[in-house]
Structures are given as C-alpha cells and as structure tokens.
Design a binder for this molecule. Structure first.
Ligand code: DC
Length: 219
C-alpha cells in the first residue's frame, strides 16, 4: 500500500507553492516544497563559503548532518546548525543560488533520499517542485503541472517581494532558462500530468481544480 502522494510541479511563480499548500490544508494532508532543499543548500554554501561551482563540495554539504527539512502547514522549514533559517532561504537571491546548485546531477542524487523519506505510510502528501512527478515520486497516482504566462508570474513574484517588475522578469527568465536546460532532471511536464494554466485563475480556483482531480482520480 503506502501513502498517497500528489505531485505539483511547474516553473517559478506559477503558483505551485500557494496551490499545493492550500490543497494540503483543505485535504488535511502533509505538504512539502522541495525547493527548500535546493534553497537550503544554496544558503549553506553561501554561509560556509563553499564554492557554488564545486559539485563535490556541495555534495559533501548535503551529506553533512547539520541540516534538516521540516514540514508544517504554512512553510517548509530549513534548519541549519540548529537554527531555523527559513526566512532567509526564500529570498530571491537564494533562489538564484538554488537554481545553480540544482544543476549538478550528484547534488540532485544526494538530495533524493531525504526528499523521498518525507513520504510515509502514516499520512498522505502533496509534494511540490520541478521534478516531483518525474523523478522524486514517479509512481504518484496524480501529477499536476502548473504553468502561467511569464508576465503573470513575474507580476505575482514582484508583488510578493516588493520588487520592480522589470528586474523580476529578468531574474525569472534566467532561472527558467537554467532550470529547463540543465542536463540533470530538467524541468518538464511529467508523463501523464494534468496541465493547468493559472494565468487567468485565482488561487482558490486553482486549488478547487486540483481538488476536483484528487476526488476524481484518488477517492
Ligand atoms: O520552487 P523554488 O523556487 O523554491 O525552487 C528553487 C530552485 O530549486 C529552482 O530554481 C530549481 C530548484 N528546484 C529543483 O531543481 N527541483 C525541485 N524539485 C525544486 C526546486
């Protein structure tokens, strides 16, 4: 048997974090934003002055036991040296570092076990990221891929972070390009995924659409 995992993937600011969190809250399921693993690693590298281009040193950081990821209803928390550093890892600058470290196959491989360990027989899980449906949980019974026009995505991100639209569009373009063109687990629509364009939809509407899919495919 095992627990039910629903995966929600998509590009930056497609709404996947808010949607997956909202869905998990509605269903009373656990929720993880797997970007926290890559963001946390980018943050640790920055703090410990590990060269962001040195794959082996990044892997050594992953294998160190001074970090952990904790799931809760509102956030995916990152703990480093016994300190909760969640508020720092979600800054845009750390997002860029996360995107860079996520391009290394050995880094992805090293993080995989910890990501999969979040699924348990004891609860159902909504997992959000770039490769949750394709690599982390390939046997998930329901896979969703959210997309949105790049202007809508940048607008959302700029509003969330109080940044100007133009620099947000530029940063987002670079990150999308990096995430989609990397050799290891490039961002892609997983086979069999339901694609939802969120450009013209409110958060509640998207959550409702995914919940309808859950009812249809799982219950
Ligand atoms: O979803 P996010 O913005 O928190 O992700 C930050 C970066 O982490 C993203 O640019 C690429 C990487 N990432 C990944 O490669 N695979 C995932 N499953 C989640 C995130």
């Amino acid at each position: 048997m095992g627990c039910i995992v629903v995966t929600i993937d998509g590009p930056a600011a497609s709404g996947k974090t808010s949607v997956s969190r909202g869905l998990a809250q509605k269903l009373g399921w656990k929720w993880v934003s797997t970007g926290a693993f890559y963001r946390g690693l980018g943050y640790m590298a920055q703090q410990t002055q590990v060269d962001i281009k040195n794959e082996d040193e990044l892997v050594a950081l992953v294998k160190s036991d001074n970090w952990s990821v904790q799931m809760n209803d509102e956030n995916t928390n990152f703990i480093f040296n016994d300190q909760d550093v969640t508020e720092f890892i979600f800054q845009e600058e750390v997002g860029t570092l996360a995107s860079q470290v996520s391009g290394y196959p050995k880094v992805r491989e090293a993080l995989l076990e910890a990501q999969r360990a979040l699924a348990s027989e004891d609860y159902n899980l909504v997992a959000e990221g770039r490769d949750c449906g394709s690599v982390v949980f390939p046997t998930a019974p329901l896979k969703v891929y959210l997309t949105a026009r790049s202007e809508s995505r940048a607008q959302r991100r700029a509003e969330e972070q109080g940044k100007d639209l133009e620099s947000t569009i530029e940063a987002q373009k670079q990150r999308d390009q990096q995430d989609a063109s990397r050799k290891a687990a490039p961002m892609q629509v997983p086979e069999g995924a339901h694609v939802i364009d969120t450009s013209e939809l409110t958060l509640d509407q998207v959550v409702q659409k995914v919940e309808d899919l859950v009812q249809k495919h799982i219950n």
